[in-house]
Design a protein around this ligand. Structure first.
Ligand code: FAD
Length: 195
């Protein structure tokens, strides 16, 4: 049984329709693992479909002192995408992309799969710089938050920088490598700029 306060659950019910809230134990168990050996059963899993919902959920969670964890594709190897509190999923509503400056830049929402981003860039003979071996599955939100590095170095026309548009500031972590310069916070859109 969930140990979340009834006041918190009621506040979330006022934000999200029932279909976007997973509270039964069988489905919560399905989200208890990522690609690591850790197992944590979330007390609530929320499918968030808009920025407005996200802002309200984060504000409510902060008010009730409830921890939230984002989950993209759940391929993390160290338990980053599991929680015994509240998991936030960004699914089919977060797959937008925008090609900018004739392929010099691309703006991606966090639900876009990495390989799909590369398909969008293929006509411009470019790729995003991050190139984890899991690129056919993992998503931009997880790639940026994990600062997932390239498994091969790209000699040219690869990522120069990535910026993240925040929805709501909860934490800000700066990560950097020679290929990626990325400020990560809770995010709705990631912009990549190329050499
Ligand atoms: C077979 C295999 C090969 C792999 N190869 C590599 C590799 O070569 N290099 C490498 O770095 N990793 C690798 N990984 C690990 C993992 O796949 C990558 O780190 C990947 O980028 C994680 O993306 P994801 O979509 O699965 O994110 P998740 O695992 O779902 O989440 C990762 C982190 O991002 C956070 N997050 C997700 N969405 C958002 C958002 N919108 N805003 C803020 N934070 C968010 C989560 O809370 C979590 O902390 C591999 C994993 C597997 C299983």
């Amino acid at each position: 049984m969930s140990s979340l306060a009834p006041a918190y659950i009621n506040a979330i019910r006022a934000i999200l329709p029932k279909a976007q809230m997973i509270d039964d134990i069988s489905r919560r168990r399905a989200y208890a693992t990522d690609a690591s050996f850790y197992q944590l059963i979330p007390q609530l899993v929320l499918k968030v479909s808009s920025i407005e919902q996200m802002q309200s959920i984060l504000k409510t969670s902060q008010t009730h002192n409830v921890s939230v964890t984002f989950r993209a594709a759940g391929t993390s190897l160290s338990g980053q995408a599991v929680s015994d509190s509240v998991l936030l999923l960004l699914d089919e509503h977060w797959r937008g992309h925008e090609i900018i400056n004739d392929g010099q830049q691309i703006k991606l929402q966090p639900g876009v799969i990495g390989a799909q981003a590369n398909q969008y860039l293929a006509p411009y003979h470019r790729k995003i710089g991050p190139d984890p071996a899991s690129i056919n599955t993992c998503k931009i939100g997880g790639i940026a938050a994990n600062n997932a590095p390239a498994s091969r170095m790209r000699p040219r026309k690869s990522l120069l920088s990535a910026t993240v548009r925040p929805v709501w500031w909860v934490t800000t972590t700066a990560v950097a490598s020679d290929r990626v310069d990325c400020s990560v916070s809770i995010s709705s859109a990631f912009s990549f700029r190329f050499t």
